[in-house]
Design a protein around this ligand. Structure first.
Ligand code: SAM
Ligand code: SF4
Length: 324
């Protein structure tokens, strides 16, 4: 069985948010930290097991664990291991702010983690603290070194480009890539329900970054058909690559290959959908077949594209709700 929508797009990739909670205060995401009505519990490990088995039955081969901050959950290592041991799941990835990475990289690797995306919005400690509210840059870069030393094969950085903050640091990111064999992904700031004024002040069109890269000799890498919406670039003088995530670009949604499940057990067909489909009752019942049926039935509701260009952000107040 292979999950497919009415536009012929196939979905082998699940993004699973295991908590909405976060310990950082990124100015584009949770500038005031978590609101007091943020749910504290996420799906239990048994509910996650049902979910992962159901998605594996529907042809999912890759799971990204995200949040909020997934490392806030004490059972993160068990969740990685559970995903990896589920027949059909080939690849388990984690997106994290890396605050525990230096301590836990080896445990993640031993549990079967294949790929890691680390958010690092600046290589300047003061700018990093201004964006995230945390003086933790050095720790995070050490965590990445530990992850590479532990043998985690794919390590990528994520940076949201912000006009009034880190945009002027593009050359520092590039200098890092001269020496390090990692991929640095620049994400175009997305408007959400909570960040409208910030968005207007800080949005940098991804095309502007792309033009700068092309004039500096970076070349687009042609990726496989199921590679997803990121555009990748390489340069003969650099060890690392660059990824660009340009959600406002035309055709961005054509290559959509992912579904999302929130920590509250809702299936989100798009990051900016109007609402999630509640599959929690099937997960609570431990009913794999009913979960498969509910997900399959909701696929007809997946739209061709988001409507972000028109400023329509759906039910998404901030991306910590869903994991990006
Ligand atoms: N806490 C983890 C982290 O920061 O990596 C995982 C969750 S976070 C929501 C996932 C990704 O979404 C991060 O790379 C973050 O920078 C990105 N993100 C959050 N809000 C965003 C926004 N409004 N526009 C673009 N990217 C955003
Ligand atoms: Fe937390 Fe990640 Fe949002 Fe930053 S981007 S506030 S680390 S959830």
């Amino acid at each position: 069985m292979q999950l497919e929508d009415t536009f012929g797009r196939k979905f082998k990739y699940l993004r699973l948010s295991i908590t909405e909670l976060c310990n950082f205060k990124c100015n584009y995401c949770l500038p005031d930290g978590n609101a007091c009505d943020t749910p504290t519990g996420g799906l239990s490990i048994r509910q996650i097991e049902t979910l992962v088995q159901a998605f594996a039955k529907m042809g999912t081969s890759k799971i990204r664990i995200t949040g909020g901050e997934p490392a806030l959950r004490k059972d993160l290592v068990d969740i990685i291991s559970l995903c990896k041991q589920t027949p059909g799941i080939d690849k388990v990835a984690l997106t994290t702010n890396a605050y525990r990475l230096n301590k836990d990289a080896q445990k993640y690797k031993d549990a079967g983690l294949d790929a890691l995306n680390v958010s690092a919005d600046s290589l300047d400690p003061r700018m990093f603290a201004a964006i995230t509210g945390k003086k933790k840059l050095e720790d995070i870069l050490q965590g990445v070194d530990s992850a590479l030393a532990a043998g985690i094969k794919t390590v990528k950085f994520n940076t949201v480009m912000l006009k009034q903050f880190n945009y002027k640091e593009l050359s520092s990111f590039l200098a890092y890539l001269k020496e390090h064999e990692v991929t640095w992904r620049f994400i175009e700031l997305m408007q959400t329900g909570d960040n409208q004024v910030f968005f207007e002040r800080n949005h940098v069109p991804g095309q502007a970054i792309k033009n700068t890269l092309l004039t500096q000799g970076w070349e687009r890498i042609i990726r496989g058909g199921d590679a997803g919406p990121a555009q990748e670039f390489s340069h003969p003088d650099y060890r690392g690559n660059i990824g660009l995530i340009m959600p406002y670009s035309k055709d961005f949604c054509d290559t959509c290959n992912r579904l999302r499940v929130s920590s509250q057990g809702k299936l989100h067909l798009c990051l900016f959908a109007n609402e999630g489909h509640d599959i929690l009752p099937y997960l609570e019942a431990g009913d794999v077949d009913a979960t498969v049926e509910a997900v399959g039935l909701s696929m007809k509701d997946k739209k061709a594209t988001h409507f972000l260009q028109e400023g329509f952000t759906g039910a998404t107040k901030q991306l910590a709700m869903l994991g990006g």
